[in-house]
Design a protein around this ligand. Structure first.
Ligand code: RB5
Length: 152
């Protein structure tokens, strides 16, 4: 079982509800950080809540949904320790895990149909980080949070 933090703005509300039910059905624990209606809200607020849950380790992974996934990913990637990836298909989802060790998945509810979103999320959750040469690259990626990459 994985603890998954999930959040959405108004554009992603219905997809969040659908994915939350699907995740629970798959045996995961879900921390739902909202939004809880179709009322217009601001995506950085929900990206912040989910990112905090991931970086504090209250959740193992995060899922964020807005219209395109892009605003959510941009906001989440401002948080130290977050590697958020917008994924439009299962291949992107697998690569974001295998190569980038993504810990937050960003989905676009206006770009991706519900059943496809479940497939993307399933692939993302099932794919481990490949390690090997990717460890060095992810370390360099994370070092950019401190303004430089290690020379090697
Ligand atoms: C809301 O209209 C929309 O801007 C938002 O959901 C998201 O797509 C931003 O990146």
């Amino acid at each position: 079982m994985t603890v998954i933090a999930i959040g959405a703005d108004h554009a992603g509300y219905f997809m969040k509800e659908d994915l939350k039910a699907w995740l629970i059905g798959q045996g995961h624990q879900v921390l739902d950080f909202g939004t809880q209606s179709l009322e217009s809200v601001d995506y950085p607020d929900f990206a912040s809540l989910v990112s905090d849950a991931v970086t504090s380790r209250a959740a193992t992974r995060g899922v964020l949904i807005c219209g395109t996934g892009m605003g959510m990913a941009m906001a989440a990637n401002k948080f130290g320790g977050v590697r958020a990836a917008v994924c439009l298909d299962q291949h992107m989802a697998r690569m974001s895990r295998e190569h980038n060790d993504a810990n937050v998945l960003a989905l676009g509810a206006r770009l991706t149909e519900g059943p496809r979103a479940r497939e993307i999320l399933g692939a993302w959750l099932d794919t481990p980080f490949a390690g090997g040469r990717h460890v060095r690259r992810v370390e360099k990626l994370m070092a950019l949070e401190h303004g430089h990459a290690p020379a090697r």
